[in-house]
Design a protein around this ligand. Structure first.
Ligand SMILES: [Zn+2]
Length: 315
């Protein structure tokens, strides 16, 4: 499988055999093998490129509107300058990520080495820490440039370019599935998406999920009680007026923590646990002081933060 010819033709790097084993054809789910031009499906014979050591497993019929939006969002998120007015929020964003990964660390069993996948990873360098500990950590994203940068800046060994609607990874192969700020991008098809996360896990594998919370203290009036189309138009007008550096795409909508927990239960997850957040990344310092005064209650920090974060075990 690792003949000299195929390696020479894989444009800047071979795929590690442990990664190749984890890949599946996005069209028919069969295993992939290396051939002279990249990768070939052992089921439907579809062929896929490998660029800079990254398998490109985006299906031909990917939603190109989403692809373009995701590309722009990723660039925006990455290039937000440290404008003085953004400093407080950016600090809160990074605190919320630190809190998320602290939750993961508190649950993950370090030995023996485990398999992780971060679905819709964007530019999240956390993979490096887990790789250092000897785990396999797959970074999956629709935006190729994010992955190329993860490889060059953080040495990420296992990157896969693919679509969350057709996850090109082997079922039942992972100990941990990580999904951060992703599922609200596919809020119209939550049951299917969460079902596909479950399918990636081994029995007793754990899903770690974080997403903007429809029940967040400062967003629930809009996201729970206002019709979606009105919410979207208001949000769009607001970001235009404010000339925001980060403007959510139209198809994004906060997810409902209670509904997501109920869906996970229906999908066969157990031990579903929410964790408290202290960071509230989208409000002014003044509103944040109000949140702090209410967030003495763990309930508020778990269920009425901007994000909810949870772990759930596949039965
Ligand atoms: Zn196939």
């Amino acid at each position: 499988m690792h003949g000299a010819v195929s390696l020479a033709r894989l444009d800047g790097g071979q795929i590690r055999s442990d990664l190749l084993e984890l890949l599946a054809c996005p069209k028919c789910r069969a295993a992939l093998m290396e051939d002279a031009d990249g990768l070939r499906c052992t089921g439907c014979a579809a062929t896929y490129d490998v660029k800079q050591g990254i398998p490109v497993l985006v299906p031909d019929d990917v939603n190109t509107v989403h692809l373009e939006e995701e590309h722009n969002l990723a660039l925006m998120m990455k290039s937000r300058e440290q404008l003085p007015e953004e400093r407080f929020n950016l600090g809160q964003w990074s605190l919320s990520k630190r809190e998320f990964w602290a939750m993961v660390r508190s649950v993950v069993n370090d030995s023996p080495p485990k398999r992780f996948v971060n679905i819709g990873c964007g530019f999240d360098p956390s993979c490096a820490e887990f790789e250092r500990l000897g785990h396999t950590f797959v970074n999956l994203d629709l935006v190729f440039d994010m992955l190329a940068q993860l490889r060059s800046d953080c040495g990420a060994a296992s990157c896969v370019n693919g679509d969350v609607n057709r996850i090109p990874l082997k079922a039942g192969a992972f100990d941990y599935v990580v999904s951060i700020d992703l599922i609200h991008h596919e809020c119209e098809r939550l049951p299917e998406l969460l079902g596909s996360f479950r399918d990636l896990l081994k029995p007793k594998g754990i899903l770690f999920l974080e997403d903007p919370n429809a029940w967040g203290l400062f967003q629930m009036a809009k996201s729970i009680f206002m019709p979606r189309f009105a919410y979207r138009s208001l949000r769009s007008a607001y970001h235009t007026l404010k000339r925001s550096t980060h403007r959510p795409a139209d198809y994004e909508f906060p997810t409902n923590v209670w509904r997501v927990m109920a869906l996970l239960r229906e999908l066969g997850f157990e031990n579903i646990r929410c964790y408290p957040h202290t960071a509230y990344p989208t409000v002014s310092e003044r509103s944040y002081r109000m949140y702090r005064s209410l967030s003495g209650s763990e309930f508020v920090r778990k269920y009425h933060n901007y994000h909810y974060m949870l772990s759930a075990v596949r039965a």
